[in-house]
Design a protein around this ligand. Sequence first.
Ligand SMILES: NC(=O)c1ccc[n+]([C@@H]2O[C@H](COP(=O)([O-])OP(=O)(O)OC[C@H]3O[C@@H](n4cnc5c(N)ncnc54)[C@H](OP(=O)(O)O)[C@@H]3O)[C@@H](O)[C@H]2O)c1
Length: 261
Amino acid sequence: MRIVVIGSGNVATHLAQGLFHKGVTIDAIISRKMENAEALGSLVEADAFDNMKKYANWGKEDLVLIAVKDNAIDEVMSSGLLKHSDVVHTSGSYDSKGMRNYCHAYGAFYPFQTFRKTAAVDLSLVPFFLEMSSEKGLRKIEELACLLSNSVHNLNSSERKKLHLSGVFLNNFIYFILDKTKNLCVEHGISQDLLKPLLQQTIKFALDYPENLQTGPAKRGDVETMKGHIEVLSSNPNLAEIYKTLSYLIYNENHDDKIEL
Ligand SMILES: NC(=O)c1ccc[n+]([C@@H]2O[C@H](COP(=O)([O-])OP(=O)(O)OC[C@H]3O[C@@H](n4cnc5c(N)ncnc54)[C@H](OP(=O)(O)O)[C@@H]3O)[C@@H](O)[C@H]2O)c1
């Protein structure tokens, strides 16, 4: 199979390399910055272009994989160059119907994982969620996804958006909290290494036990402890607000009365 990849960021890098190593021909990498297109192109033996107009074989490839930021997908589609192509995007929340007037068949090739260009990911463990406007196209992207992963599923745009939302809570928001926690440690002279055993046990509990394992002052209703923490956060009103919001939510799930923090 021969594919063209548009984008050379986190997702494009992992998917292009993963497919290349499974024997798929990557015909071209197209990205805005030539150095990025060339860097990925050289890893997957593909031609590199910094403009879609410079690729001469549109419509001859088996699939175009668009891995650009969500709000650039329409711009790529409306170039008018993909009329005869089968095209998939990799976004969790973009509604694939937005592509329908611009290509032969359209859909999604969504890997439910967090990617950074430079960090290794075992794609065989990544669940892939597929959508395609034609049966023939769906079979084609199923074949590609099964080369990469042992977990391949069909999901329409509206259900995929809900999955993506759960990923935002699970990954993006947790990361935000982790990052702020590290900053707090730095601010208060606590070594970040001391966080690791608690972090490891938290993740282990979350993976091993389906039931709610919440502990802490909000669960117990230790109001003075919570007030003390909010006082420590007095120079950081945004974090204090997050602390209060989450504490109210946890408290209300576990107690019948109301508290004022
Ligand atoms: N990162 C994740 O963990 C993850 C996971 C699953 C799905 N996704 C989805 O995958 C897509 C890509 O995410 P990403 O994290 O890989 O993004 P990214 O690392 O920011 O890369 C975006 C890429 O898009 C290129 N680009 C932007 N606008 C373009 C345009 N108009 N024409 C051509 N190329 C353009 C950029 O090119 P230049 O660098 O050359 O400017 C860059 O290579 C998004 O839809 C995202 O929602 C991301």
